[in-house]
Write a protein that binds this ligand. Structure first.
Ligand SMILES: N[C@@H](CCC(=O)N[C@@H](CS)C(=O)NCC(=O)O)C(=O)O
Length: 213
C-alpha cells in the first residue's frame, strides 16, 4: 500500500493531509505550486485532468476529489473508525453530510475565491454575493447541529465529516462572517484545531494562520 498526496498549502488537500496523519499511515506529500500554475503542467494534468488539488495516488492509481478521498481512506482503514460501518444507524447521516459538504458548501467556497478566474470578471461581484449567502446559510446550519452540545458533527465520534467541515470553516477565516464567530462552531473549531495531527498538518504545510493561541 503506497500513498502519494499532491497538495497545496491550505487548499482542498488539507483535509486529506490531516486524515493521513490521523491514520498514522506512511505517505509521501508532494507540493503543487498553484501560484506558478504547476497544476496545469502536462505531468500533473495526467494525474488530475481538472488541474486541481488534491490528488492521492494510491498504489500507482490517481484518485481525485477531497470528499471521495476521505470516504475511501475511511473504507481502507476501518480500524480507525472515521466512518460509521455499513449497517450502523449513523451511516446514512454520514453519507448525507459528506455529500452535502462537498456539494452544498464547497462549491460556493470555490465561487467566493475563484469568481473572477472561473467566470466573467464583470459578474464576479454578483457571484460572490450569492456565494456568501450560501456559505453563511451552510455555516449557520452546521452551528445549529452542534447546539445540543455534541463534540463532533455526527455525535460522539470524530469522522471524515469533521475533517471536511473544519477545512471549509478554515476557508471562511477572512470572510465577512467567519465560522469562528458562531457560538457553537467556535468551541468545536477550538477542539478540532487542538488535535496533534491538525497542528502537524499546519506545520508541514507552513500554515501560520488559524491556529489555537
Ligand atoms: N471539488 C474539488 C475542488 C478542488 C479545488 O478546487 N482545488 C483548488 C484549491 S482549493 C485548486 O486546485 N485550485 C487550482 C486551480 O483551480 O487552478 C475537491 O474537493 O477536491
Amino acid at each position: 500500500m503506497t500513498y502519494t498526496l499532491f497538495y497545496a498549502p491550505g487548499a482542498a488537500s488539507l483535509a486529506v493531509h490531516w486524515m493521513l496523519l490521523e491514520l498514522g499511515v506512511p505517505f509521501e506529500a508532494r507540493r503543487v505550486d498553484l501560484d506558478a500554475g504547476e497544476q496545469r503542467s502536462a505531468t500533473y494534468l495526467k494525474l488530475n485532468p481538472q488541474g486541481r488539488v488534491p490528488t492521492l495516488v494510491i498504489d500507482g492509481a490517481p484518485v481525485r476529489e477531497s470528499a471521495a478521498l476521505l470516504m475511501l481512506l475511511a473504507e481502507r482503514h476501518p480500524e480507525a473508525g472515521f466512518a460509521p460501518a455499513p449497517g450502523d444507524p449513523l451511516r446514512a447521516r454520514w453519507m448525507e453530510q459528506m455529500v452535502w459538504l462537498a456539494n452544498g458548501l464547497l462549491p460556493p467556497m470555490r465561487d467566493w475565491f475563484y469568481a473572477e478566474k472561473d467566470g466573467d470578471p464583470a459578474g464576479a461581484e454578483a457571484v460572490r454575493a450569492l456565494a456568501r449567502r450560501r456559505i453563511e446559510e451552510a455555516l449557520a446550519s452546521l452551528d445549529a447541529e452542534l447546539a445540543d452540545g455534541r463534540p463532533y458533527l455526527l455525535g460522539e465520534t470524530l469522522t471524515t465529516v469533521d475533517f471536511l467541515a473544519l477545512m471549509l470553516m478554515r476557508w471562511s477565516r477572512n470572510m465577512p462572517r467567519p465560522a469562528t464567530g458562531l457560538p457553537n462552531l467556535a468551541p468545536y473549531i477550538q477542539r478540532l484545531r487542538a488535535r496533534p495531527a491538525f497542528v502537524e498538518t499546519c506545520r508541514r504545510e507552513g500554515l501560520t494562520e488559524w491556529l489555537n493561541a
